[in-house]
Design a protein around this ligand. Structure first.
Ligand SMILES: Cc1cc2nc3c(=O)[nH]c(=O)nc-3n(C[C@H](O)[C@H](O)[C@H](O)COP(=O)(O)O)c2cc1C
Length: 410
C-alpha cells in the first residue's frame, strides 16, 4: 500500500465503504483496492454494474471482502437493497467510473443498482473516472464531470495521465493509483473536523547549503515527521502546503508540494504561503549555518580549503514573522541534546510560538532517520506533556490533536 503517508489514521473497523465498480478495463485494479480496504478493517460492499461483470467476477470480490456482491436492482429477495446499501454506507466510491456511469449519474438516471444508490445516498461520493483519453476529453463527459463536481458535490479522484489500454498513448484517462484512491477514502471517512477547510503550511526535511555547484552542507533529517503531519492534516480535511527540502520520501497524497533546497528558498516559500494560512508547522530541520561563500565552479582537489568560513543561515521562523496573518497558530520543533526543556521554552517565547515539539536527540528511537519519535509538547500556558515513544504517524496525530483546539478559538 505504498509509503506510510498513505496509511489511514486508524484501522477502519466498523466503517462501511460502498465500492461501486462500473464496466471499464481498469476494473481489475479495483480488486486490490477492495483487498486493501478489507485489510484496514472496513466492511466493503461491492456493487458491480452488468458491464463490470464482463471484466471482473463477483466471486473474486466476495472472496476478498467476505460479503455478498450485488449487481441487479430488480432481484427477488433484495428488493430494497439500493436504499439499504445507500443508507448504510459511510462513503461511496465508484472506481472505475465509466463515461456511461458518469452520464447516468449526471442525468439522475436510476435504471441500475449502482446509479440508484448514487441517487439515494447522503454519504460522501468519490468518483474515479477511467476511460480512453478521447472519451474523457469529449465535451459531453467534461460537462457531466463538471455537473457532478459543482452541482452534486461529488469528489473526483483522477483520472491520472499515463499509458492507456489499446496503445492509445499517454493521456488523461487512467484510473488514479489505488493507493491515492485509498487516501481519498480515508479523508472522506474522517468527515468534518476542526481542520476541515483550514489552510495549513508544513515544512519538512533538511535544507542543503551549497559550497560549490556539487557540494553542500546538510543534516540527517529524513523529512518523515513533516510528511506525516502534512498527510494527517490533509486526511483531516485541511488544504495543506508542504514545503519540503531534499528528501527521498515519496510525496504524500493530497498536500500541494513545494520543493526547496536552501534555508533561503524555504524562507521565501513559507513567506509566499503564509498570507492565507491558519497554521504553520515548522518540522523542517533548517540549516543554522551555511558556507559564507558559494564557489561558482567546483573547488579543485588541489585547492582544498584549510577551513570553511560559515555564516548564519536565515532563521525561517524569525524572518517570516512579519508575514504571519493575525491569529496564525504556529508550531515549532526543537531538537536539543542538552537543557532540553529550558531551551525549548526559550524558543517558544522568543519566536512567539503556540506549541513547541521537543525531540531529545539522545533518546534511542527519537529524532532523525528513524520511524519512531518520542517528544515533549510545550504550550504557552506552561504545560509540558511527555508523550511515549510512538510512530511518527501517531506523533503527527498527537500534534494535530493539540493544534486543532487552538484553531477553533480563532
Ligand atoms: C473491452 C472494453 C473496455 C472498455 N473500457 C472502458 C473504460 O475504460 N471506460 C469507459 O468509460 N468505458 C469502457 N468501455 C465501455 C463500457 O463498458 C460501456 O460504456 C458500458 O455501457 C459501461 O456500462 P456501465 O457504466 O454500466 O458499467 C469498455 C468496453 C469494452 C468492450
Amino acid at each position: 500500500m505504498g509509503g506510510a503517508t498513505l496509511a489511514p489514521r486508524r484501522p477502519w473497523r466498523g466503517r462501511r465503504v460502498l465500492l461501486g465498480v462500473s464496466g471499464g478495463i481498469a476494473a481489475y485494479k479495483v480488486v486490490q483496492l477492495a483487498r486493501d480496504l478489507t485489510l484496514l478493517g472496513a466492511e466493503v460492499d461491492v456493487v458491480l454494474t452488468r458491464a463490470a461483470q464482463a471484466f471482473v467476477g463477483a466471486v473474486t470480490f466476495e472472496a476478498l471482502t467476505g460479503r455478498p456482491v450485488r449487481s441487479e436492482i430488480l432481484a427477488p429477495g433484495w428488493a430494497l437493497d439500493h436504499i439499504r446499501l445507500a443508507r448504510e454506507a459511510d462513503v461511496v466510491c465508484v472506481a472505475p467510473a465509466t463515461a456511461d456511469l458518469l452520464a447516468r449519474a449526471a442525468a439522475g438516471v436510476a435504471s441500475d443498482l449502482l446509479s440508484a444508490i448514487l441517487l439515494a445516498t447522503t454519504a460522501p461520493v468519490l468518483l474515479c473516472p477511467a476511460m480512453n483519453d478521447r472519451m474523457y476529453a469529449n465535451p459531453a463527459t467534461q460537462a457531466n464531470l463538471a455537473r457532478l463536481r459543482e452541482r452534486r458535490g461529488y469528489r473526483l479522484v483522477g483520472p491520472a495521465v499515463g499509458p492507456l489500454a489499446y496503445g492509445e498513448g499517454d493521456g488523461p484517462g487512467r484510473l488514479e493509483d489505488t493507493g491515492v484512491i485509498l487516501a481519498h477514502i480515508g479523508r472522506a471517512l474522517e468527515g468534518e473536523t476542526a481542520l476541515s477547510g483550514r489552510r495549513v503550511v508544513v515544512t519538512a526535511g533538511p535544507t542543503r547549503e551549497p559550497l560549490d555547484p556539487v557540494r553542500f552542507i546538510s543534516n540527517r533529517s529524513s523529512g518523515r515527521m513533516g510528511f506525516e503531519i502534512a498527510a494527517a492534516a490533509w486526511r483531516r480535511g485541511a488544504e495543506v502546503t508542504l514545503v519540503a527540502g531534499p528528501t527521498a520520501l515519496p510525496a504524500p497524497t493530497g498536500p500541494a508540494l513545494v520543493r526547496v533546497e536552501t534555508a533561503a528558498d524555504m524562507e521565501s516559500a513559507v513567506r509566499a504561503a503564509l498570507p492565507d494560512a491558519d497554521a504553520l508547522v515548522m518540522a523542517a530541520a533548517v540549516a543554522d549555518f551555511r558556507p559564507a561563500q558559494r564557489a561558482p565552479e567546483k573547488i579543485k582537489k588541489e585547492r582544498t580549503p584549510a577551513a570553511l568560513a560559515l555564516e548564519r543561515a536565515p532563521d525561517v521562523l524569525r524572518e517570516t514573522r512579519d508575514a504571519r496573518p493575525a491569529g496564525l497558530v504556529v508550531v515549532g520543533f526543537a531538537l536539543e541534546t542538552e537543557d532540553v526543556r529550558a531551551n525549548a521554552r526559550r524558543k517558544l517565547n522568543e519566536k512567539d510560538l503556540d506549541l513547541v515539539v521537543v525531540n531529545d536527540a539522545t533518546v534511542p528511537g527519537a529524532g532523525f532517520e528513524v520511524e519512531t519519535n518520542q517528544v515533549t509538547i510545550l504550550d504557552r500556558t506552561g504545560r509540558e506533556e511527555d508523550l511515549p515513544l510512538m510512530s511518527k504517524q501517531d506523533v503527527a496525530e498527537a500534534i494535530l490533536d493539540r493544534l486543532a483546539p487552538l484553531l477553533a478559538r480563532r
